[in-house]
Design a protein around this ligand. Structure first.
Ligand SMILES: NC(=O)CCC(=O)C(=O)O
Length: 259
């Protein structure tokens, strides 16, 4: 699977502009032969949290329509990062995943809300695991701060996920945590990590990308890029089995000792 990490800038509080940009990035990734295109967190509005009543995507309708029509037109998978949505009068930070025929294969609301960016004051947390299949491959998806909860990623992997997709708006000032946490999540779970962070600024933070594709042994297939653009990696799923048979972590777990 060739994955495309769309490391884009996000126009604060301007969904119209961001929809145009995403459209163009997806066209570009398709012309480079991507199988699966991955977007960053909250790409429609950024963290314009106090304007969500006006800006959030009602029932995710506009996002689903755009991603679904592009996926179908180009026969490509899209892990739609996340967008701010409004459902039943509440706001959510929602990931939509779309398969090659344009079908929505997963919807996930971010489970762990990030208090340092006031997310908990505006957004409702999600309650469910995010497992899905793309091209026959078992996948999972979490959002940004979720990666600080190793048990949450483990839950997805124990349910079969072999690639974990992670859209983010992770500020530059903690980018060292980002890299270390992602590498640890890949190594301890012996799975691929595809993590896409934004670039640019919002009124409170600077973002410097460092989108990452990490192999199950911990090698960085994509890393360290700070500019806006699309970064590609080829994922070989046999590598998951090779690593798991070299160090059989999942056979050696002592579940009876854990809380
Ligand atoms: N958008 C987020 O969830 C940010 C998480 C973050 O910056 C962290 O340090 O954790």
């Amino acid at each position: 699977m060739k994955v495309a990490c769309v490391q884009m800038d996000i126009e604060f509080g301007n969904p119209e502009k961001n929809f145009e940009a995403v459209n163009q990035f997806i066209e570009e990734a398709v012309s480079s032969g991507a199988d699966t295109i991955v977007l960053p967190e909250m790409w429609n509005t950024g963290y314009a949290l106090n304007e969500l009543d006006r800006l959030a995507d009602k029932n995710g309708a506009a996002t689903k329509e755009l991603l679904s029509s592009l996926a179908k037109k180009h026969q490509v998978n899209i892990v739609g990062g996340s967008v701010s949505t409004k459902r039943d009068g509440k706001f959510h930070n929602t990931m939509y995943v779309v398969g090659r025929n344009g079908e929505i294969v997963a919807e996930y609301d971010k489970a762990h809300l990030f208090k340092l960016m006031d997310e908990h004051l505006y957004i409702e947390s999600g309650q469910s695991v995010n497992r899905f299949t793309l091209d026959g491959i078992d996948c999972g998806g979490v959002i940004c701060y979720d990666i600080r909860f190793p048990e949450w990623i483990r839950t997805h992997v124990l349910q079969g996920a072999k690639i974990i997709f992670i859209p983010a708006e992770w500020p530059k000032k903690r980018i060292d945590h980002w890299q270390l946490l992602l590498q640890a999540r890949a190594i301890e779970n012996q799975c691929y990590i595809v993590a896409v962070n934004r670039v640019g600024n919002d009124p409170n933070n600077e973002f410097n990308g460092h989108s990452m594709v990490i192999a199950p042994w911990g090698e960085l297939l994509v890393s360290k890029n700070e500019e806006e653009g699309i970064f590609y990696a080829n994922i070989d799923m046999d590598e998951v089995d090779r690593v798991r048979s070299t160090i059989p972590v999942f056979q050696d777990r002592r579940e009876e000792l854990y809380l």
